[in-house]
Write a new protein. Structure first.
Length: 272
């Protein structure tokens, strides 16, 4: 089922059972993103999801919902989906999914809490940057305040999430300020893990057109490393938080727990 559609999932979910929930991206406007440019958005019918679940080993303990933003299906459908997963996979203790700030804004804390109790245990969220001007330039569709608000709601609902941010995204000369602003944003909530990605200019994106027109100048390697270092220097998590640059786009692959490993991680970056 849906084998020919584009499927993306976090590298940490490489060995997780994948369950298609949405196809394509219902937003599809982020200037840097090429992932679903040619795919039409649709929601996988429940009949097909159930058929897929029938083919999954019923001792499965973890499921990743695929699609750019499965939370966009709304509370009633998410609740129904988690019930169906539980019915078919009674030992599944963790359902994980991508989520956007836009779709999370449609859920109340109570609804998020219900979904958590029904097995939704981990979200991966693209925050990208803590600067409003860059979010606007990249057409991300949310503001920094909205991002903090949704993150706080998840904290209240006890629903854990990983925060994906992107260095290089602010352009030449703005990276250090971007890192400080992004750290200020993340310091306002509790997140499981900070996952960094390095900006890549993909063909066919609006960002590529901006680069070609000279409207966006990507920072060079040295500036990007300085951005990572500044981010590490400014993050002040209240609880131990994993800092993870092992995604393949990164210039350096480090992983550790903040604040404990801060100096070790900074030393790895400055001694590259
Ligand atoms: S970054 Fe995510 S929300 Fe934005 S267009 Fe790409 S898949 Fe859609």
């Amino acid at each position: 089922m849906y084998k020919r559609d584009t499927i993306y999932y976090p590298q940490d979910e490489m060995n997780t059972v994948l369950l298609p929930v949405t196809l394509g991206c219902n937003y599809n406007r982020c200037a840097f993103c090429s992932m679903y440019k040619d795919d039409r958005y649709s929601e996988v019918p429940f009949f097909d999801i159930e058929r897929e679940l029938l083919n999954i080993y019923n001792y499965t303990e973890r499921v990743f919902l695929t699609g750019a933003d499965p939370m966009s299906i709304g509370f009633d459908n998410m609740e129904r989906l988690l019930d169906i997963i539980h019915q078919h996979l009674p030992y599944c203790a963790c359902v994980a999914s991508y989520a956007s700030i836009r779709s999370l804004s449609k859920y109340s804390v109570e609804e998020l809490s219900i979904l958590h109790k029904k097995g939704l245990r981990l979200l991966y969220i693209g925050f990208e940057t803590g600067r409003d001007d860059i979010l606007k330039l990249m057409k991300k569709g949310h503001t920094v305040d909205q991002a903090i608000q949704q993150a706080n709601k998840l904290n209240q609902a006890n629903l854990q999430f990983n925060s994906i941010i992107m260095y290089g995204i602010a352009g030449k000369g703005k990276s250090v300020d971007n890192a400080a602003a992004t750290a200020r944003m993340i310091n306002r909530f509790t997140t499981n893990r900070i996952i960094t990605m390095n900006l890549i200019i993909f063909e066919g994106t609006e960002l590529k057109d901006m680069v070609d027109r000279g409207e966006f100048i990507p920072p060079k390697a040295g500036e990007r490393l300085l951005e990572l270092k500044t981010l590490l220097e400014n993050l002040e998590p209240e609880r131990p938080t994993i800092f993870d640059t092992t995604h393949p786009t990164n210039m350096v692959s480090v992983k550790g727990i903040l604040p404990r490993d801060r100096n070790r991680l900074i030393n790895r970056i400055v001694n590259l």
